[in-house]
Design a protein around this ligand. Sequence first.
Ligand code: GTQ
Length: 374
Amino acid sequence: MASTYDQYREEMIGRANVADTPELVAYYQRLQSLGTGALWTVANKIEPWEPASTSVPYLWRYRDLREDVLRSLELVTPEQAGRRVVYLENPGRADVVAAVGWLYSGLQVMGPGECASSHRHSASALRFIMEGSGAFTNVDGHKMTLGANDFVLTPNGTWHEHGVSEDGTVCIWQDGLDIPLMNALDANFYEVHPELQQAISFPVNDSLGMWAGSALRPAGVTWTKPYSPLLKYEWGPTYEALLRYASVSEGSPYDGLLMEYVNPHTGGPVMPTIGASMQMLRAGQHTKAHRHTGSFVYQCAKGRGYSIINGQRFDWQERDIFVVPSWCWHEHVNLSEGEDACLFTFNDLPVMRSLGIYREEAFGENGGHQPILA
Ligand code: GTQ
């Protein structure tokens, strides 16, 4: 059925359908020597019927990675490495060092008393804390303390450095950045701060004091930067917000109870190119499948379960990271015994939305569930 339809579509008027002849092959060689090509030889590839991501659905189990991430503590110092990070490489995106689409992800590890040097770049960055205590980051002089499942911004152009206090423990967090996107756009700059560590110019955690007041905002304070003035979103209030949401709403059949982290000044995404959300799946919930444009990196923040991505099952538990490439069918199942499960994501939805290329579609057959492929 599908193949007949595909064949029919390939034969539709307006699609390239030219057989090679000796004259044409010679002609293509001639064009190539001129730094040109015949559009009809590439048209079906460069203008697919729908997005055809080279990224593959993929899952990295934390328990498989943790020991090797910790091993880097003995092998290199933050000074030597600049960033002591093990990055996640999507098998289809090794050439651009992306975890999915144009998004980068890595696991950064720091020991007590260590601090990486201050720098800034065109790439927008975020951290999602995986384990350990005493981690901190300083973003343009705003120092923040970081705990497990806290979500922190280091927006593009801000000076930032991260470390762990002397009385802390080894800390591991996920770094999420749009490095591949900045490189694709040929717009990536990187600068090292004139001093190794920047000054702490504001009270610690001041952005929360100012902007984390849920439906309240500081009177008479203006904010003109293109990213959120709130730089840290703590796990406690995030989870509480989800529980409150769950008490009054069914949420979405596709996403469960999904809440986006927002810029409290605008209500928009936290950074111009990267959005983030936390979603709660109720005990026993199995969402319906849908697909949309945009690339997604998930990290399980609570519970365990599995996701079916383009017919493939991926089992996850706390701290596992998995990716859903653009336009891939996906649905989630919570397997935590009598408990909710929570999935953090960061994604390029702000790019999709601001460029007007966001699209979504429900999986129509089989009651909204994908068949699992062998
Ligand atoms: O700390 O901003 O994992 O610049 C990769 C590149 C983290 C960072 C990474 C970076 C950073």
